[in-house]
Design a protein around this ligand. Structure first.
Ligand code: AMP
Length: 282
């Protein structure tokens, strides 16, 4: 039976029991409205740890004032069924006051300045500060041995790895592969916002990334790969580019020349009002 907990105190106590019993704890933080990308993280955790804790918390601190915090899709009843079926041991679904108590006792962290100087760090100011703050708070409560994040949010993964290192959390951070629809669209809770037409147009993002990767592997320059992506995206109705970045792995510095095996292309686009991100490692 999966245990559903809503308070920080209940979670901390349950975790203490597991620790006393010598069990290892796997942790999967999410914002809910779960899909197979999330469930792949749960499966990784179950394979690698004795106990799997999943959190569902839509973190207000990581949304900008004009972003979709209020509309972000929610379906806790459905999420519970999916997690139970996936074999999670604990679902932690707290209210905002449990994560950010009114006494302001929660440590406000800043994301690494270099890793957040590109991509989403530029177009969503403050976003990654909100992310590292909530992840540190959740790590303090769940005290995981291993935590599982998707490579879909590649920049976020790197920033969390850096935070865990700097804050000396005794946790191993795993980056799991991007889970996609059969046609290539990366799974995202935000795909729910797309109309049938937009869903088709959204495919341009993964297609442009695949094309750019193919060009780089074939010996073309980054400038040519970027141009190809721009062509695909700018010729797709309703699509507007937020950014395209060609970065070195793992430090996320901007590349002028392709470095085989060391490169990640990050893309963010608006499809209508919906902002989608994706990436490919080349
Ligand atoms: P979210 O609920 O969007 O905050 O995502 C929670 C976790 O699931 C993060 O570590 C994401 O990177 C991961 N995730 C979301 N979508 C995917 C996907 N399509 N493939 C793999 N991981 C994903």
């Amino acid at each position: 039976m999966m245990l559903c907990l809503q308070t920080a105190a209940e979670l901390a106590q349950k975790i203490e029991e597991y620790k006393q019993a010598g069990l290892t704890i796997g942790f999967v933080p999410t914002m809910g409205y779960l899909h197979d990308g999330h469930l792949a993280l749960v499966s990784q955790s179950r394979q690698n740890c004795d106990v799997t804790v999943v959190s569902i918390f839509i973190n207000p601190a990581q949304f900008g004032p004009n972003e979709d915090f209020a509309q972000y899709p929610r379906d806790l009843a459905r999420d519970k069924v999916l997690l139970e079926r996936a074999g999670a041991d604990i679902l932690f679904a707290p209210d905002t006051a449990e994560i950010y108590p009114p006494d302001n006792s929660v440590r406000q962290l800043r994301a690494d300045a270099r890793l957040s100087a590109v991509a989403c760090g530029l177009t969503r100011p403050g976003h990654f500060d909100g992310v590292v703050t909530v992840v540190a708070r959740l790590f303090d409560l769940a005290r995981p041995d291993k935590a599982f994040f998707g490579r879909k949010d590649y920049q976020q993964l790197r920033i969390i790895q850096k935070m865990a290192e700097q804050e000396k959390y005794p946790v191993q951070i795993s980056g799991c592969p991007v889970v996609r629809e059969p046609d290539g669209l990366a799974l995202s809770s935000r795909n729910k916002y797309l109309s049938a037409g937009q869903r088709k147009n959204a495919l341009a993002l993964s297609r442009s990334l695949t094309e750019a990767a193919r060009l780089l592997r074939g010996g073309q320059a980054i400038a040519a790969a970027r141009l190809c992506m721009q062509n695909i995206l700018e010729n797709t109705p309703e699509v507007k580019i937020d950014y395209l970045e060609f970065l070195r792995r793992p430090d996320l510095s901007r590349l002028t020349d392709y470095e085989p095996g060391n490169t990640v292309i990050l893309g963010a686009v608006y499809v209508g009002a919906t902002r989608l991100i994706d990436n490919i490692e080349v």
